[in-house]
Design a protein around this ligand. Sequence first.
Ligand code: FAD
Length: 325
Amino acid sequence: MVANGEQQKQDLNVEEELLQDSDCCGNGCTNCILDHKPRPSKRVLLAGKRNVILSYTKFRLLRRETLESEAESKTGGQVLLLHFGHAPEEPGAGTEDDTVLDIPPGHHVMLRIGSLLRPYSPYWSDFQAKEFRILVKLQAGGPMSRLLAAVQPNDLLEFRGPIGQYAHDASTAKCIYILAQGVAIAPTLPLVRQVLENEEDMSRVWHLVCARDLRHVYFREELLEFAQYWNYRSCLYLPHQQCASAACQEAGHCVPECLHLRRSLRYKETAKVARLDACGLATHLNASIPGQRLLIVAGDSTFQKTMAQMATQSLALDPANVYLL
Ligand SMILES: Cc1cc2nc3c(=O)[nH]c(=O)nc-3n(C[C@H](O)[C@H](O)[C@H](O)COP(=O)(O)OP(=O)(O)OC[C@H]3O[C@@H](n4cnc5c(N)ncnc54)[C@H](O)[C@@H]3O)c2cc1C
């Protein structure tokens, strides 16, 4: 154990010494690697093991699934599910049992291909098996998107992390509002899971999911599973939802009384054909429920800024309790 502790201290020192300006992807991430250096977590220290991803490490692509093709996407970008597993440098060297993969909820990892760096937010990871999954929306003309469009099972890619600042404290009950935009719903799933799967956690979660329409709501099955818990509520905001009925075609989107939309929703699913705005946010205030109010926003930087600004007023939030992923 002492040896492992020493090893971890050395690993940490090496990370801190080696971190340079060139380790930043330059995209202006809210949680830049230079401000939030990958460090061993309490969980890893308790396990007495080393987190394999603390420095750039090879992961093998185990599965690649197209969730939305370019032709299906109204916004032009293909959506891929990529599942990676740690690829030991020297298979069978006997040291691999000393390692785990720890990517805490709300943290992201950096992908490096040559000198190109881009952050991605895993929505699932396995501590012991050292595997993780990301959902990627390819951006037209984007250099990393071009490379990821071509990756195939068995390809090796390098990742480093975890990077982030969010840490959940389950000891006091909170009201947690989680706002997600498009594919950025992915990194919010572990945040929801960590509250719901802890029976002693009395926090409540409001999961507000913004997507073009129902077809672009990813992980609907997971959301339905979450809905079975007493402390979870969700609402889908679908401004471009439109069925083929004459009334909805004329309105340019499904009308509030649209039967087609109502029939498309599953048990406990709530949807609004509107953008999430200040009034919409205020309907989730639930002022009579006690507990510290906390906001987590996942989406592009414009969405993050707009929502954080609106929500601090509509949900009576202290700006210190706002986390942008
Ligand atoms: C903390 C963090 C976590 C991220 N996690 C994920 C993730 O899990 N999955 C994922 O697909 N992407 C994620 N991204 C975005 C990702 O890092 C890349 O920016 C994206 O894959 C495009 O890279 P690129 O090199 O192809 O294009 P870039 O050169 O980065 O961008 C090409 C064009 O697309 C625009 N663009 C880039 N990303 C977005 C976006 N999300 N929404 C709208 N426009 C965008 C850029 O502004 C630019 O105009 C994350 C970004 C951050 C900051």
